[in-house]
Write a protein that binds this ligand. Structure first.
Ligand code: ADP
Ligand code: MG
Length: 252
């Protein structure tokens, strides 16, 4: 194996030269970044920097104009959205989309990945397995005591956690979250930071966020985007004191 190959194998996600052009406007422009397994990376940057578009590209919602997205050694730019989900990438959108009329339990249950032909004889075993998985995830997302509540009665923050739970139950290797603490109280933000810290035992997490307190609480490393490119990257201390970042983002 050559050196480049050996290196690329160590990353869970390697984004290289990624570009997407909308009618000539490059929303993402020759972007490269690399995620280690079990890392929490936060992408920050001004509105319109291309952050959400990066998640759209990784999950296959938007097709890249050029460049490469290697996930666990697989080239994602050639795959369809459902194939990308199957390969272990889960993505949460900005607004929560839980099923309001279902209970917390049912929301998690319907998100549990279904196998192929389930025989009657296996049904009981299977449901016990689902119940165990639902309870385990409910504990992680602070909703163990709310399992029988309809989702419509949850607070905005609890709905966000439920939606994270609906992804977790599918056991993605990479979990991507777009502004997960927007609209949350300070207490809920703290708990969300704890939630994300907990799940990195089994997951790599890519988060877009503006709240710098929250970013500092969770990030292993921060990537700052501006005009579709990486403006700065490193520890929270590094990017916070980078004059380029202060000029285009933090100073505003
Ligand atoms: P951010 O999440 O950093 O605020 P976005 O990724 O949403 O930024 O958008 C980056 C830029 O790309 C914006 O100027 C936006 O208007 C543009 N853009 C995003 N998606 C599309 C699209 N599907 N078609 C055209 N322009 C788009
Ligand atoms: Mg966005």
């Amino acid at each position: 194996m050559n050196a480049a190959k050996a290196q690329s194998k160590d990353f869970l996600l390697a984004v290289e030269g990624l570009t997407v052009s909308f009618d000539g406007f490059k929303a993402v422009d020759d972007l490269s970044f690399y995620l280690d397994p079990k890392e929490i990376r936060v992408i920050i940057g001004p509105n319109g920097a291309g952050k959400t578009t990066v998640l759209d590209l990784i999950c296959g919602k938007t097709k890249a104009t050029s460049g490469s997205i290697k996930f666990d050694g697989k080239e994602l730019t050639r795959l369809k959205e459902h194939q990308i989900v199957h390969s272990g990438v889960g993505r949460k959108f900005q607004t929560p989309s839980v099923f309001e009329d279902l209970t917390v339990f049912e929301n998690l249950e319907v998100s549990y990945p279904q196998g192929h032909s389930v025989m009657g004889a296996l049904a009981f075993k299977r449901s016990a397995e689902v119940v165990a998985a639902v309870e385990d995830v409910a504990e992680t997302i602070f909703l163990k005591d709310a399992l029988e509540q309809p989702a419509s009665l949850l607070s905005h923050g609890q709905k966000q956690w439920l939606e994270i739970g609906m992804l977790l139950i599918q056991k993605p290797d990479l979990l991507m979250l777009d502004e997960p603490v927007a609209g949350m109280s300070v207490a809920e933000r703290k708990k969300t930071a704890e939630l994300l810290r907990r799940i990195t035992k089994d997951h790599t997490v890519l988060v877009i966020e503006h709240d710098m307190q929250f970013v500092g609480d969770i990030a292993d490393r921060v990537t700052v985007m501006h005009q579709g490119k990486v403006l700065s990257e490193g520890s929270i201390e590094h990017v916070k004191s980078d004059p380029k970042v202060i000029e285009v983002y933090l100073g505003h």
